[in-house]
Structure formats: structure tokens, C-alpha cells
Design a protein around this ligand. Sequence first.
Ligand SMILES: C[S@@+](CC[C@H](N)C(=O)[O-])C[C@H]1O[C@@H](n2cnc3c(N)ncnc32)[C@H](O)[C@@H]1O
Length: 213
Amino acid sequence: MSDELISKQVKNYLDSLVPARPTELEAMELYAKENGFPIIGAACGYFCYQMARMINAKHIFELGSGYGYSTAWFAQAVKENGGGAVHHVVWDDGLSKKAQAHLAALGLGEIVQYHVGEAVQSLREMPGQFDLIFNDIDKHGYPDALPVIKEKLGRGGVLIVDNMLWGGSIFDDSDHSPDTQGIREFTRQITSDPTWIVTLVPIRDGLGVAFKK
Ligand SMILES: C[S@@+](CC[C@H](N)C(=O)[O-])C[C@H]1O[C@@H](n2cnc3c(N)ncnc32)[C@H](O)[C@@H]1O
């Protein structure tokens, strides 16, 4: 993936505008940097938090949660919105346990419900609808996730999708990998479905932000 798509100068500038974070959250950012773990980072995390606050989200479902960095931003928003639940889903038990420790240390453990398994299947099995859904699973799975997300997001709800630029791979005509094709197809589907008002926001690797009419 190209580092040049969004310049380091812009990326660092956007991250620098994010207010100071708790030490635990900064430690999670440092772990990602040192270990090459793909988290959304400060600017996207703050944007997700802002969105959740703006729509007063109380019930959030995350697909592909890792060790809980993005979860922490959503959980903070839900706490400030008066309480509710953020569903953390990852298929790796070790990551789920790690997330539980981080969220507890941040004082957000009560807000989060943990599921170990395939994220789209977990969402399909959840009762009720959500105010906000965040999608960050393996990219080849994006197209099949969309109908389930559409069903499980309430009217007036917001969908946020990470990696919509995929480091610029989507522009490379010779790239037919399942992940790149998955993002292209997902983008085609969501932008051609009148149910959605959708914009690609070019922060970090591109966040898709879609409002369900
Ligand atoms: C990009 S990382 C998530 C980072 C997290 N959203 C953050 O920003 O802190 C995606 C995580 O979800 C897991 N994952 C990917 N596809 C999944 C799926 N379909 N079901 C469950 N977990 C999945 C990956 O193994 C990885 O741990």
C-alpha cells in the first residue's frame, strides 16, 4: 500500500489536532505502531467518536474489532450519550481478551459486549437494530456484509467503513486481489443504492460514511 496517497504531513497534522488521550489509549496506539497492527488511529478514532456523539448513538455494532482501539472511541461516545452498548466482535479469542483488559483499564468495560466469532454472522444473529455500525473486517468480505448491515442498521442510522481507499490499490487496474475487488464492489453497491447517502472521507485510508435514509 502506498504511503503517498495522503501525505505524511497531512496525516500527522490531522492526528495532532486530536485532543490528548488517556495513557491507556496512547499505549494502544504505540503497540499498533511497534507491531504493525492495523488500527484506525487517532484522527479516524476521533471522527468515529464525533459521529457517534452527533447522532446520540446508544447501540453500536463493530465488525472486526481487533484489540479494542476503535471500540474504545465508540464506547466513550456511548458513555457520554448516557449509556448503551458497543458490540466488539473478533474471531480471535486472544484479541478479545486483550480488548477486555484495555476497555476495563479505560473505565469503559461496562459499555462493551464481547463476541468471539465471524463478525457478519454475529451481526446476523443479533436481535434488534443499531444506531451505528462500523465495518473493518477483511476486505474481501465487504460486499457480503452489506445486505446484513443494511438490515441491522436502523433508519437514520450511520454506517462507517474503514479502508475505502485501500492504500490506492483500488486505482491500480492490474490489482485483481480479492481484498481490492471486495472494496471496489462494496463501493459500487453502496453508491448505487438509493437507501444510502454516502461520502468517502479521505482521512488516513479513507472512511466511508453512509446515512441510511
Ligand atoms: C483491521 S483490524 C481491526 C482494528 C480495529 N477496528 C481498530 O481500529 O482498532 C481487523 C480485526 O478483525 C479481525 N477480522 C477480520 N475479518 C473478520 C471477520 N469477518 N470476523 C471476525 N473478525 C474479523 C482481524 O483478524 C483483525 O483482528
